[in-house]
Design a protein around this ligand. Structure first.
Ligand SMILES: *Cc1c(COP(=O)(O)O)cnc(C)c1O
Length: 392
């Protein structure tokens, strides 16, 4: 009997070692990891460069309070600012905390302007922003809210990708629009670049802030550093996590100076956020992701994987309903229950992760090669074949 909370429906498989795209279980089996710890392990497992960085730092200094200057955090923040819309950064340990900071920053910005009534944030159906009380209110998923008391106020939700619904939802209390450019948990729902531009224009027209949740779709996942770059727009605030630490708990809230400056001493804090060890890892991951050709590789591999998946979709028209892909953020909408497909693929030694809308997600490390994809596709084929023959 496990002494852990029973909130996860866990598989019994346990892993003891990873190497690149491969994971090795305690039973000695080798798996292909196309789940990537849910879009986290962007450099795969045990990347030697990052391992060396964390070992070196571990021998020097792990943690100091944020009452001191932390050079590793200064460096990483400056690097993030240099490659994004942002002017300033707050580091966290998780995605939900990055969203919490984004929400607080937006509200505090209007409070500072003597517009404290503007605190409401408009979000989109199918959103996922985390599991804290604030972020479940933002996400609005009824099953995540049920049984946890009154939903935190200040959030309204509209249909996904509906600019007219957004317009209609704006009130004198509106502060910001918050959404994921590509929704991950609800099934790789890719919002059109035109829609992103329309939302930016709408925000400008009404003096609203645009907050993007790029926790899953950002950090190179789509083949650009940030998904908003595909639309050629800039948000005012953005939340990052997952890939930014490559497996070490690290998140960040990025903001333009206009809004970020509202967060004066005393307004926010975190004990661990931005500690030397986490930021050392963050800098090492950044080094690797900013290598020449890294993002081109993601785009190329994304196209190669998507093409292969289209072939499989033709081979298994009764199993595969639709392929949704942008770079290495990939969803396969399937006909059988998604849990059944994920289990069949796991039996074929390929790890994927389920999402809403009966979608199997593939979020492989961004360092996958063509050979890796070929092998993953072979295993996918084997897994699908087992389902097809079970059906027949
Ligand atoms: C994972 C995720 C979060 C929450 O991140 P945690 O680190 O689990 O708190 C928020 N938003 C999106 C889009 C995510 O994918």
């Amino acid at each position: 009997m496990s002494a852990l909370y029973k909130n996860y429906a866990r598989s019994e498989i346990a892993f003891e070692r990873g190497e690149g795209v491969r994971l090795f279980s305690t039973d000695g089996d080798e798996y292909f990891d196309f789940a990537g710890g849910i879009a986290v392990n962007i450099l795969g497992h045990a990347d030697p460069y990052v391992v060396k960085a964390i070992k070196d730092q571990a021998e020097k200094l792990w943690h100091v309070s944020n009452v001191f200057t932390i050079p590793q955090a200064e460096t990483l923040a400056q690097r993030l600012v240099d490659i994004s819309f942002a002017d300033m950064v707050f580091f966290t340990n998780s995605g939900a905390e990055a969203i919490e900071c984004a929400i607080k920053t937006a509200r505090r910005y209007f409070y500072d302007k003597d517009e404290a009534d503007r605190y409401e944030i408009i979000t989109m159906e199918g959103a996922f922003h985390g599991r804290t009380l604030g972020t479940i209110a933002a996400g609005g998923n009824p099953s995540y809210l049920e049984g946890f008391g009154p939903k935190a106020g200040g959030f309204t939700q509209v249909a996904r990708g509906d600019i007219d619904a957004l317009k209609a939802a704006i009130t004198p209390n509106s502060a910001a629009i918050l959404f994921e450019p590509i929704q991950g948990e609800s099934g790789i729902n890719i919002l059109e670049t035109d829609f992103l531009r329309d939302v930016r224009a709408l925000c400008d027209e009404h003096g609203l802030l645009l907050i993007l949740d790029e926790i899953q779709c950002g950090y190179g996942r789509t083949g650009k550093m940030f998904a908003y770059e595909w639309a050629d727009i800039q948000p005012d605030i953005m939340a990052l996590a997952k890939g930014i630490g490559g497996g070490f708990p690290l998140g960040a809230c990025l903001a333009s100076a206009k809004v970020g400056n509202a967060m004066v001493p005393g307004t926010h804090g975190s004990t661990y956020g931005g500690n030397p060890l986490a930021c050392t890892v963050g800098n090492a991951v950044f080094d690797r992701v900013s290598e020449a050709g890294f993002l081109d590789h993601v785009q190329e591999m994304g196209k190669y994987l998507a093409w292969n998946l289209q072939q499989l979709a033709q081979k298994y028209p009764d199993l595969i309903v639709q392929i949704r892909a942008k770079g290495l953020m990939v969803g396969i909408k399937v006909a059988p229950p998604v849990a059944q497909v994920v289990a069949a693929l796991r039996n074929a030694k390929l790890l994927t992760v389920g999402a809403g809308d009966n979608v199997v997600r593939m979020l492989p490390p961004l360092i996958v090669t063509k050979d890796d994809i070929d092998e993953a596709v072979r295993r996918l084929d084997a897994g699908l074949k087992s389902l097809a023959s079970a059906k027949a």
